[in-house]
Design a protein. Sequence first.
Length: 372
Amino acid sequence: MNMKSYKISAAGRVNLIGEHVDYCGGKVLPAALSFKNTIKMTPNGTNFINLSWTTLPDKVTLDIDKLAEYKDEKYAKYQAGSAYVWQRLGHKIVGCDMEYDCKVPFGSGLSSSAAIEVSTIAALCVAAGEEINPKEIALAAQKAENEYVGMNCGIMDQYASACGKKNHAMLLNCKAVESVYVPIEFGDYQLVIANCNKPHDLVTSKYNERRQETEQALALLQTQTKIDCLADLTVTKFDEISRVLPTIIRKRAYHVVSECERVRLAMQSMSTGNMLMLGELLNASHKSLRDNYEVTGKELDSLAFAAQAHPACIGSRMTGGGFGGCTISLVRKDSVEDFKKFVSERYTKETGYPVTFYDCEIGDGIIVEEND
Ligand code: GLA
């Protein structure tokens, strides 16, 4: 048996645009971050997976024959769920020691959970001598999050975490689960990621509620026209047929359909180098997430508006699931320090929370190295 030790990592992610459309068959534009979760993994020749963390005193042992039993473990449920799903998909699980070093800030909306799930499955592949298939791993990790953790997320986070490429975003078609890489080139501007530092506990239940609302919208709209998902509709077609929807459900669905349109326009603006248009689209996305989808909240609004008020910022929006977490802003490179100072002061004055800015690059998805 191979008892060599490895370092396996998977990335956190940021989403440029295409928010809350992945589970509606839409296209999204995420990128993997250089913030990652890294596992030091050594096969141990037993029937157990021993988990430890560099940042926590906890140690948890998972019995490979009882992987269904760890759903209530606060930290280990992500690992147990990933191993459980991977096993149920017919893969061999091999006993090993895994030490987690997560550099994706927790609760930041930058997908620490996807990074943990994806790297866990990748590490299990390495332990069993299996080849790494990033897309297959992403789909299994999403299943773990949906069925084991109970968060009904789409495929975006796990896909970006597994398949990301340095200095590239991915235009991911969530209906087909296929992507193309898009070079990240913002000209005179730089992407600035800022955390609003608001703890967000209700995320899972609110998220699942929004997902149900879009499913209700789809079922009603399917009585009017032949579509597989909300992303199949143009804004014009939606306007024609959406009278059947109750007011709130209509607002939710309108966000999805209009956000899909913004993704198309964002691709156009990136390919023509029209940064001002891209900035406008970020602002419009935030507005729709605030007014139609109602997933922003006081803190994310205050942070995005403070950013939008700075003269060197051409666009700002929340990124990820919402209710807390991070914003992204496009800021002229020569004014980033002034921007940070301006936004921090305004935001803290309004909300009482500090802002954390991250110095982070666009990185690769899964990385496997031998540990020396
Ligand atoms: C969370 C989910 C993703 C996606 C985003 C919103 O990050 O995990 O699947 O739905 O929210 O775009």
